[in-house]
Write a protein that binds this ligand. Structure first.
Ligand SMILES: [Zn+2]
Length: 122
């Protein structure tokens, strides 16, 4: 019998899954502040007559940094300094990393369940 029984195979599959999950847990431990949304940097033309932004070539205002996110379907924007924007950008990257880890973790369960289904199918 040994590792050929369905029970033994289930055990092996679960062991492989638990190793992948351990990796996810280790990666999670490296994540600090997480932020959702995105940072944009842009230059502005104000529209005041005679302003430098109306010259040829134009010298636009900025750069300005905005943190934009959705709150209950509405876009919310917060103006940031360059330093704040750089910090928030790192937090947003952490959020993306968190998403990846969760997707991997969920994928482990999906793969394990599909293996069970494939083997048990008549
Ligand atoms: Zn202007």
């Amino acid at each position: 019998m040994g590792s050929d029984t369905p029970q033994a195979q289930d055990g092996l599959a679960e062991h492989a899954a638990s190793q992948e999950i351990d990796q996810c847990k280790a990666l999670l431990g490296e994540i600090g502040v997480v932020l959702r949304g995105s940072i944009t940097e842009h230059l502005v033309r104000c529209g005041k007559k005679g302003c430098r932004c109306q010259e040829t070539p134009p010298r636009l205002h900025g750069p300005y940094f905005d943190w934009t996110r959705k709150v209950r379907g509405k876009t919310r924007t917060v103006r940031l300094t360059r330093a704040q924007a750089e910090l928030c950008q790192r937090w947003i990257e952490s959020g993306r990393q968190l998403n990846k880890i969760i997707a991997t973790w969920e994928g482990v369960g999906l793969e394990a369940a599909l293996k069970l289904r494939d083997r048990r199918a008549p």
